[in-house]
Design a protein around this ligand. Structure first.
Ligand code: HDE
Length: 684
């Protein structure tokens, strides 16, 4: 059930929604059509006639159904919702939507991957886009962010090179949606400023479990300006209430084949089922006097602000609660732009941000076919658009009147320049001076301290993931000199990391390894993220003769904990339990797999005899085990322990039992499910 907050101001999409559930077919001119299956011909087997305007119109429209996909972030999924600030932030900003806790601001969010084409799988190793459009009462405001707090390069002029290197190679258009190829890593080893974002890209953050469980970051340093004209530097963060959770690499690869829409489906179904998708907005604030206080430049977007130095303040919440009606009209046609700001929020001189302020408007003009894309319903602000811009491709409004210029007398000077009492944007009057120069600031030169801090902050399992990822990615590169150069680069980050990657690649470990810092930031590790059983999904494997009481105990507990489950068997339909009652199976071994679940549970019963020799059950158990997931075996099902690599050993996340009434068994299972993955388990 999709819900809407009672006083949620809705977007103006209602007037353009068209239901096609009744009535007769027509052409685009509204002329009725009684046959849409046969073209007009001279004789039943004769040539098709040019005069068939019905045929020509239908085919012509079809021929032009596609628009250019986004050059980056082509693959995305969107949802509607709302944002509300917890307390007035008017001491920091004059933005209305951040000043009034009673104000409910509609939002549209688009999550995306970066490198893949529009039809590429969701679970590839990549940065994720996290773009939010706030339809505020003072105009549209966009935070066009990513799920990692830093970026690969420091100057926007390098962006085409970065993207050309990561996209499929131009001679053979391979590989799709992957950084694991020669050109990307060739760019990396020639561009040391990429090191920090590359560390994040090799970490589990690059394979989020769902769009609901990843962070968002505005990345750049922005400015908040209050009514008095005072400003503070600010960084924006989105924090998922359910915590930040990722896939493991083997799982991500399997899902990419079995369900390329995995993240999109998860978002869609959770909204459809009425599960709140919640992110808190948090900010880091820096006084202008502290601009030069740190060993990094706050205008350098390859650096983050450690939370331990500049703490996060949580200021509001965003809830996504409505799916789109039409993917193309909303998710595909939405146009984000970092230059979309409202009074009270302003830019800084970050050279990446400055470049982006140009690029997005420019790209929309070719992607959406002209300068009027703001008039597409999903892009329209709630406020009245009032100016003298006219005409152009696909103009939707009929602009009435004789004048389309300012100043004018013929229209009594209207529309007029906003007065002091009327909401309007004024740029912060920063004093700037300098020589015209094509150079990078000295303060942008350190490329290794923060990657080292990131590495120091990782838990053991995150470190293993990172080492394996480097070995995988570079292992896919044919050019051996790239291997060595990357290992040498890693030597500037951490000697152990460089050593282990070198081992995997058959490269020479760097002779001079330097660890530039011992500083670590616990906030950067996913090990410290909130954990919850809510919306987690369990596969319950059953067959004829399963133990109904045990089944009921688990399903009741899962529902109470806000988790959900699929009942999986070798065929769809009902399966008879030991008490002769029946249970409906909604998935089979052909339609689903362990990789789609957070845990599996097998109740006891006579079906265990069948399960011992079942390749399907064994497959489920092996994958769940190797992906560190909770495995629940009760009653006779404990005999299946022998199918696990560990044999009879009790290991973390393997819940065997039960006690008489399943009470403590069920509690243990839910606790293990809440924990998530059991990385202490030894695999391999
Ligand atoms: Fe983008 N980026 N970008 N980017 N970006 C686009 O705009 C660009 C950068 C981000 O769901 C494009 O509408 C340049 C950083 C997201 O529709 C394009 C530079 C961050 C999305 C573009 C960057 C982002 C885009 C392509 C270097 C994180 C998808 C289609 C200065 C803060 C938004 C489009 C959506 C999309 C340019 C770097 C995030 C070409 C030149 C840094 C989430 O305009």
């Amino acid at each position: 059930m999709e819900s809407q907050k009672p006083n949620q101001k809705s977007l103006n999409l209602e007037s353009v929604r068209v239901n096609h559930d009744s009535g007769y077919l027509t052409t685009n001119q509204g002329v009725g059509v009684n046959n849409t299956d046969d073209a007009l011909k001279a004789g039943k087997r004769g040539p098709t006639l040019m005069e068939d305007f019905i045929f020509r119109e239908k085919i012509t429209h079809f021929d032009h159904e596609r628009i250019p996909e986004r050059i980056v972030h082509a693959r995305g999924s969107g949802a509607h919702g709302y944002f509300q600030v917890y307390e007035s932030m008017s001491h920091l900003t004059k933005a209305h939507f951040l000043s009034d806790p009673n104000l409910v601001t509609p939002v549209f969010v688009r999550f995306s991957t970066v490198a893949g084409f529009r039809g590429s799988p969701d679970t590839v190793r990549d940065v994720r886009g996290f773009a939010v459009k706030f339809y505020t009462q003072e105009g549209n405001y966009d935070i066009v962010g990513n799920n990692m707090p830093v970026f690969f390069i420091q100057d926007a002029i390098k962006f085409p090179d970065l993207i050309h290197s990561i996209k499929p190679e131009p001679n053979n258009e391979m590989p799709q949606a992957a950084s694991a190829h020669d050109t990307f890593w060739d760019f990396v080893v020639n561009t040391p400023e990429t090191m920090h974002n590359v560390m994040w890209l090799m970490s589990p953050r690059a394979v989020p479990k769902s769009y609901r469980t990843m962070n968002g970051f505005g990345i750049h340093t922005f400015r908040l300006v209050n009514a008095k004209g005072d400003f503070k530097f600010v960084k924006f963060h989105w924090k998922p209430i359910l915590g930040v959770h990722s896939l493991v690499w083997d799982e991500a690869q399997k899902i990419a084949g079995k369900d390329p829409d995995f993240n999109r489906r998860d978002l869609w179904e959770n909204i459809k089922n009425g599960n709140p998708i919640e992110f808190e907005l948090a900010i880091q604030i820096l006084d202008p006097e502290d601009e030069f206080k740190f060993d990094f430049d706050i205008l350098d977007c390859t650096k983050l602000w450690p939370e331990e130095l500049i703490p996060l303040q949580t200021i509001g919440k965003m809830v996504l609660n409505k799916n789109v009606d039409n993917f193309f009209a909303e998710t595909e046609q939405v146009a984000f732009c970092p230059a979309n700001v409202v009074p009270g929020i302003d830019f800084t001189n970050d050279p990446m941000l400055q470049g982006r302020l140009f690029s997005y408007l420019d790209t929309q003009i070719s992607r959406l076919g002209g300068p009027n894309f703001q008039q597409i319903p999903i892009n329209q602000p709630l406020t009245k658009v009032n100016n003298n811009q006219r005409d152009g491709m696909h103009r939707m409004t009929i602009d009435v009147g004789q004048t389309s210029y300012y100043p004018n007398s013929l229209n009594c000077g209207e529309p007029h320049a906003a007065n002091d009492g009327e909401s309007h944007f004024e740029h912060y009057q920063e004093k700037v001076e300098g020589h015209i120069i094509r150079e990078r600031s000295e303060s942008f030169r350190d490329h290794y301290t923060q990657p080292a801090m990131f590495w120091n902050s990782m838990s053991d399992w995150e470190k293993v993931h990172i080492i394996d990822a480097f070995r995988f990615e570079l292992g896919k590169c044919k050019n051996k000199s790239t291997h060595q150069r990357l290992v040498d680069m890693l030597g500037n980050v951490d000697s152990e990391l460089a050593q282990k990657v070198a081992e995997g690649l058959g490269a020479i470990p760097p002779t001079q390894a330097a660890n530039p810092t011992t500083f670590s930031s616990p906030a950067l590790s996913m090990a410290n993220t909130p954990k919850s059983p809510k919306t987690k999904k369990v596969a319950i494997l059953i067959d004829e003769g399963f133990h109904k009481t045990q089944f009921n105990a688990i399903t009741t507990a899962l529902t109470a904990a806000g988790a959900c489950f699929d009942v999986v068997s070798c065929k769809l339909g009902s399966v008879t339990a030991d008490d002769n009652s029946t249970e409906e199976c909604n998935q089979t071994y052909a339609t689903t797999a362990s990789v789609f679940y957070d845990a599996i549970y097998i109740p006891g019963g006579s079906h265990i005899e069948l399960f011992r020799d079942s390749i399907d059950v064994q497959g489920f158990l092996t994958d769940a085990y190797n992906h560190y997931k909770t495995i629940g075996l009760s009653g006779e099902a404990t005999a299946l322990l022998c199918l696990l690599r560990s044999g009879q050993d009790m290991e973390p996340g393997i819940i065997c039992g039960p006690d008489e009434d399943m009470k403590s068994y069920v509690a243990d299972f839910i606790e293990a499910l809440t924990t998530g993955r059991h990385f202490q388990r030894k695999i391999g």
